[in-house]
Design a protein around this ligand. Structure first.
Ligand SMILES: Cc1cc2nc3c(=O)[nH]c(=O)nc-3n(C[C@H](O)[C@H](O)[C@H](O)COP(=O)(O)O)c2cc1C
Length: 406
């Protein structure tokens, strides 16, 4: 099953069912443009043979980066560089889609002291995030225009699709969650109002890219926080998405406050035991989605074995398999995995032994590998976990300083 083609509602066909999910690259130049490093990364990933490569999140607003080194899709002048990036990801007839995002309150202080968000609900994490300003109607209209402009640029540059990032606690996910959206206008309150920004963006993007260009949405199954975006909310949003012209729904979960998307199989995670036993984090939720939606479905998080991937594809539980970390730790093995010559992709897990540092260490470890790959270097397995846990904060600080001094 994993090596069979899939035709999407817009008519476009993917060569197989394996997808590299988004991983933020952090390697733009100081003008927020892509670099030769992006080409290096995506040429190598194209050679894995995966049918679809989804880029790390690119942002629509330079003042709202998810990470230092994000590319910002806001300027026609960068088209030649965007074209080179797009071309690098299609070497084996792969698709390459751009994940478009706005970080909202999850923009760190190094970038913006007072980020924009639906409401003034501050993210409390190591003092790294400033108190947000509630967005005005004009701010919201600018965000809609920003997503539309980014999608237009992506298509002009030769990317073969876009993904609208409405998961992981970024701006669109903040609008969806009752914990972060206290608005009393038509962008807040009922779930229909909280979904309005996402739905409006999908419609505006569809107008600009027209009918035959894939649009995907990445959505949380839940935020895993009391009072937050719940599974019930998520299913209702899926029903709304089902009425829209989209081509792929990707399911993940969690926010910066609860990093479910890569520490899900850890002790104390919110997952039911039955799900833990089934390798992929959100697979139980897939069944519920299938009951309310006909959209092509991809689940990301935890997939590692050939038999399990084929089982859930054959059962019709999902249409595509989303994987991220194996595209770092097992890059060279993925083409054999796709052919069924390798049964497992065992990604490395880095542990500091200190609970409060684990997610930072994991994030730092993978970020450092991506930066290495972008320079043509290989995987480095023996990294110091404590240094990895500090890496990202120092990286943000160093890049912000370099920007101020330039
Ligand atoms: C280094 C790194 C960067 C990531 N960046 C993004 C991102 O830009 N956008 C996104 O939606 N998810 C991002 N993720 C989450 C992955 O897409 C994926 O959901 C998660 O790693 C779980 O899948 P896996 O178990 O196959 O790694 C990132 C994960 C890693 C490890």
């Amino acid at each position: 099953m994993i090596s069979t083609v899939l035709t999407l509602p817009c008519g476009v066909t993917l060569n197989n069912r394996l997808v590299k999910s988004a991983m933020t690259e952090r390697i733009s130049n100081r003008k927020y443009e892509p670099t030769k490093g992006h080409q290096q990364l995506y040429e190598d990933w194209a050679l894995t043979g995966a049918g679809l490569l989804i880029t790390g999140n690119v942002v629509i607003d330079r003042t709202h980066l998810e990470s230092a080194g994000n590319v910002c899709f806001d300027d026609d002048k960068m088209l030649p560089k965007l074209k080179s990036w797009a071309a690098s990801g299609k070497k084996l007839g792969n698709h390459i889609w751009v994940q478009i995002s706005h970080s909202g309150r999850q923009t760190n202080r190094f970038g913006t002291a007072r980020p924009l968000a639906p409401s003034e609900v501050q993210l409390k994490k190591l003092g790294l995030f400033g108190k947000p300003k509630a967005m005005t109607e004009q701010d919201i209209q600018n965000v809609i225009k920003g997503f539309t402009k980014a999608a237009k640029l992506a298509k002009e540059a030769g990317f073969t699709g876009v993904q609208i990032h409405a998961a992981h606690g970024y701006l669109l996910s903040q609008f969806l969650s009752p914990n972060t959206n206290f608005r009393t206008d038509h962008w807040g309150g009922s779930l229909e109002n909280r979904s309005r920004l996402l739905i409006t963006i999908i419609r505006e993007v569809r107008k600009i890219v027209v009918a035959d260009f894939p649009i995907s949405v990445k959505l949380n199954s839940a935020d895993f926080q009391r009072g937050g975006f719940s599974e019930e909310d998520s299913l209702e949003v899926v029903k709304m998405l089902d009425q829209e012209k989209i081509d792929l729904l990707e399911i993940s979960g969690g926010t910066y406050e609860k990093l479910a998307f890569f520490l899900m199989n850890e002790e104390g995670s919110e997952l039911k035991e039955s799900t833990k036993q089934r390798e992929a984090y959100f697979i139980d939720f897939a069944k519920k989605i299938r009951a309310v939606s006909k959209l092509p479905l991809m689940i990301t998080g935890g997939f590692r074995s050939y038999d399990f991937c084929n089982e859930v594809l054959s059962n019709g539980e999902v249409d595509l398999i989303g994987m991220a970390r194996p595209f770092i730790t097992n890059r060279e093995d993925i083409s054999s995995f796709l052919k069924g010559e390798l049964s497992h992709l065992n990604n490395l897990v880095l542990r500091t032994g200190l609970k409060q540092f684990e997610d930072a260490a994991e994030g730092g470890f993978y970020a450092r590998q991506l930066i290495r790959f972008s320079k043509g270097k290989g995987l480095k397995t023996n990294m110091n976990p404590l240094w990895c846990s500090m890496f990202l904060v120092l990286y943000e600080f160093r890049k912000a300083m370099a920007k101020k001094l330039s």
